[in-house]
Design a protein around this ligand. Structure first.
Ligand code: UDP
Ligand code: LCN
Length: 806
């Protein structure tokens, strides 16, 4: 039993626990989440006039702090305690304060009972358990190392492999012989016949290149090396070839994991990459701000550009570019025939700023043209994915003239496609979640049946379970995306144990300690988003045009509201009009603070102004709510709401124009998985106030290079912004100081260069280990396939039928 519970029961706080429990029982709420528990305990402390230490530092206070959920039954209370990151303990506390541990199965049954979906007399519900598949693979021990999977895996597997030098060398020899590109043999050829010869020839080749001038091009001695057994891929100059061979020599004679990592990172293994991003409007212009179309599109496009650049640099250093070896990156998305003026109906579009980066759009099969001709919400997309994979595979193979070397899925739908495709082609699969909906929508699993018509979470969560377990490696943008913080659970963590009443119970949905998880945050496009101070890179006419648009232009077709005093300090925000983004919450916070209105204007860029222009129910509701708030708080003259879709260059300049006026950026989301706008604002030099719920907690260091806000506490949020504004007025340099530190933060930790260097190194190392350890994942993959065919597919077909009836 948890030490905390024991301590509570041993001391006189036991009576407080009894009293608190009895008060909870007499209240109406039967299912309390962490916020509710905190609030209830605060009220209890106040009512019983407890000293302030009691709330925070008593055993009971601490126990409740770590309690994620409480479920009240007639005679007992179930407490779900999370004493540390990625661990869970469940207790049933009786009226007489007897405490017993509950199993995961008991807990899931209890949750089912809570929603009246527990029918034991009709038989057991299907139980999904992935743990047995992880039992034979290594796991990280210390939670603080979660998300650093590759270092761990490399160390673990290296030490096993190096124990048997003969087997290790055999493996290395086989691995080196494998590499070729379009018929061009790379690294070693058949002149080296076995591991013993490999060792001798490496030394011979080192001797040979050591006698050549450092900068002599590889091409000059290519055929001499070929005669010894070495093909292109070692380096572009004599010195680079020698360095790579030296590393190999060390790996043969005295292997260790760091040498192995540096060797693998240097050799050519990845030439063709496919990034899969299916839903939404995937385009380079005029799509951002539409429903389902936000940061993921920005992320994938920037990642594609950066990957190509990094691969080009690698091929140059490896001496392959001069031999006509060039990387190709394809973003696979869906083609939308009725493209509403976007380019989403074009099959192939070049990614701007690349030599060989493409968006390949493959249409969904027609099925029901009323649906498949148009944009399909990410919640409705499931029936079309399996056939999309078959069609896309044919097109991809033709475009690449071969198989991809790496498949990266994005979001639940793209990750499912990546799973199906990687399985068909036997290629390394990487998952990127962007946002897992399960933790975004409260009780989304418990009440899935009530939400099914709108959200189809049964399909999405099943797809998530399949893809995250199948992936060779997972990239997350933050640590907390995997396992949360000490007081909130992570997005992946929320898949570890949950019920989908009447469908299945998940007792072990994902191994959070698996080395497959790696934190690799994204960056910003530095050509578009850069500091406001870099005047030489800014176009004055653009800045003036955007300044007019932001503050004074009278154009009711796309701008709502005129400012009484445009010179006030601007509070700026930009997001899709989606409930979770909570722009309406920011408007309300502004509305409730006359002092903030006195000192600042509120400027919002949010997709649309009119409900009749939207087919998305959340967007419509948010538009109505925003108008209502503006009316209710009489914000006319103080707010401008721009329903514009900005060209890319303008979206960068907008932040700088706000920074010119010493404004601030506010990101008020109720939950934000990562939050690219935060990076964009910070790199532009805007002091940024961002939600404390989600990724921003890792991007910003509070009061150093930005500020956390609790968007559910409107008064406190307004107060924080006001304090900042006042401090800026009192100390004229304060704004600049925060601004400087915001820019530094992005440049030091969030660049695409750092991201892709890491990503490629991961892809190679996971690829190498998959090959050498011949990791037997067949059983896991068969289990996942069974879930796909037995649970996912019939439900997807059901949804397809529902679409026909619309
Ligand atoms: N964006 C935009 N116009 C809008 C709303 C958003 O250009 O009206 C861009 C914004 O600059 C950022 C992205 O869309 O690059 C949003 O990414 P973020 O990660 O902040 O949120 P998401 O929309 O993905 O949840
Ligand atoms: C989706 C989100 O919700 C954002 O928080 C991320 O920044 C974006 O994707 C890019 O990963």
């Amino acid at each position: 039993m948890s030490e905390l519970i024991k301590s509570v029961l041993k001391c006189d706080e036991k009576s407080d626990l009894r009293q608190f429990a009895s008060e909870l029982r007499s209240s109406e709420k039967r299912y309390l989440l962490r916020n509710d528990i905190e609030r209830a305990f605060a009220e209890y402390c106040e009512e019983h006039q407890k000293p302030s230490y009691f709330y925070h530092s008593s055993y009971l206070g601490k126990l409740l702090y770590y309690t994620q959920e409480m479920i009240l039954e007639d005679e007992s209370i179930c407490m779900i305690v999370r004493p540390k990151i990625a661990s869970q303990e469940v207790y049933r506390i009786g009226e007489d304060l007897t405490v017993e541990s509950m199993t995961v199965q008991d807990l899931l049954d209890l949750r089912d009972r809570f929603v009246d979906r527990h029918h034991p007399s009709e038989g057991d519900v299907l139980e999904l358990d992935f743990q047995p598949f992880y039992d034979y693979s290594p796991t990280i021990r210390d939670p603080k190392n979660i998300g650093k999977g590759v270092q761990f895996l490399n160390r673990y597997l290296s030490s096993k492999l190096f124990q048997d030098p003969r087997q290790w060398l055999e493996m290395l020899f086989e691995f080196l012989s494998l590499h070729s590109y379009n018929g061009l043999q790379l690294l070693i050829n058949e002149r080296i016949k076995n591991r013993r010869e490999l060792s001798e020839r490496v030394k011979e080749a080192i001797g040979f290149v050591s006698q050549r001038p450092d900068d002599e091009p590889f091409d000059n001695f290519r055929f001499d090396l070929q005669a010894i057994g070495f093909e292109p891929g070692w380096g572009n100059t004599a010195v680079r070839v020698r360095e790579t061979l030296d590393i190999l020599d060390e790996l043969i004679d005295s292997p260790d994991d760091a040498v192995l990592e540096s060797f693998i990172s240097r050799i050519p293994m990845i030439f063709r990459v496919v990034l899969i991003s299916v839903h939404g409007w995937f385009g380079q212009e005029g799509v951002l701000g539409r429903p389902d179309t936000g940061g993921q599109v920005v992320y994938v496009l920037d990642q594609a550009r950066s990957l190509e650049k990094r691969l080009q640099q690698e091929f140059h250093e490896q001496g392959l570019d001069v031999l006509g070896v060039h990387p190709k990156v394809i973003i696979l998305s869906r083609l939308i025939p009725e493209a509403e003026g976007t380019r989403c109906d074009e099959r192939l579009e070049k990614v701007r700023g690349t030599d060989n980066g493409w968006i390949l759009r493959v249409p969904f099969r027609e099925f029901n043209p009323h649906v498949t001709q148009k944009w399909v919400s990410r919640f409705e997309i499931w029936p079309y994915l399996e056939t999309f994979v078959i069609d896309a595979e044919t097109e991809l193979l033709a475009e690449f003239q071969g198989k991809p070397d790496l498949i990266i899925g994005n979001y639940s739908d793209g990750n499912l496609v990546a799973f199906l495709m990687a399985r068909r082609l036997n290629v390394t699969q990487c998952n990127i979640a962007h946002a897992l909906e399960k933790s975004k929508y409260l009780f989304s699993n418990l009440y899935w049946q009530d939400l099914e018509n709108q959200y189809h979470f049964s399909l999405q969560f099943t797809a998530d379970l399949i893809a995250m377990n199948a992936a060779n490696f997972v990239i997350s943008s933050t640590y907390q995306e995997i396992v949360g913080t000490p007081d909130s659970i992570g997005q992946y963590e929320s898949y570890a144990c949950f019920t989908m009443p009447d469908l299945y119970h998940v007792v072990n949905g994902i191994e959070l300690f698996s080395p497959k998880f790696n934190v690799v945050p994204p960056g910003v496009n530095e050509a578009v988003y850069f500091p406001y101070k870099r005047k030489e890179d800014r176009i004055p006419a653009n800045a003036e045009r955007l300044e007019e648009m932001l503050f004074t232009l009278d154009d009711p077709s796309q701008i709502f509201g005129n400012l009484d005093d445009p010179s006030k300090r601007p509070i700026f925000s930009m997001a899709r009009l989606d409930r979770i983004k909570n722009l309406t919450g920011l408007a309300e916070c502004f509305g409730q603070s006359p002092e903030l209105q006195e000192r600042c204007n509120l400027i919002l860029i949010a997709g649309k102004l009119r409900t009749e222009d939207s087919t998305d129910s959340e967007e419509v509701a948010e538009i109505e709510k925003l108008y209502h708030i503006i009316d209710q708080y009489e914000l006319q003259g103080k707010v401008r709401w721009l329903g514009v879709r900005l060209p890319k260059a303008d979206s960068g300049e907008i932040y700088r124009v706000i920074a010119d006026r010493k404004g601030v950026f506010v990101q008020p989301a109720l939950f934000e998985a990562f939050g690219l706008t935060i990076l964009e604002a910070m790199v532009s030099g805007l002091p940024t106030f961002a939600t404390q719920f989600g990724g921003p907690l890792e991007i910003i260091q509070d009061r150093v290079n930005g500020f956390y806000i609790n968007p559910t506490n409107l008064e406190e949020t307004a107060d924080k912004i006001l304090k900042f504004v006042s401090k800026c007025d009192e100390h004229p340099h304060y704004w600049e100081e925060v601004s400087e530190r915001a820019m530094e933060r992005v440049y030091s930790a969030y660049t695409w260069k750092i991201h892709t260097t890491r990503l490629l190194s991961l892809a190679k190392i996971y690829g190498f280990w998959n090959y050498t350890s011949k990791e037997n994942r067949a059983d896991l993959l068969r289990y996942l396939e069974a879930l796909f065919y037995l649970i996912f597919k019939p439900r997807a077909q059901g949804l397809l039928q529902a679409h026909y009836q619309r």
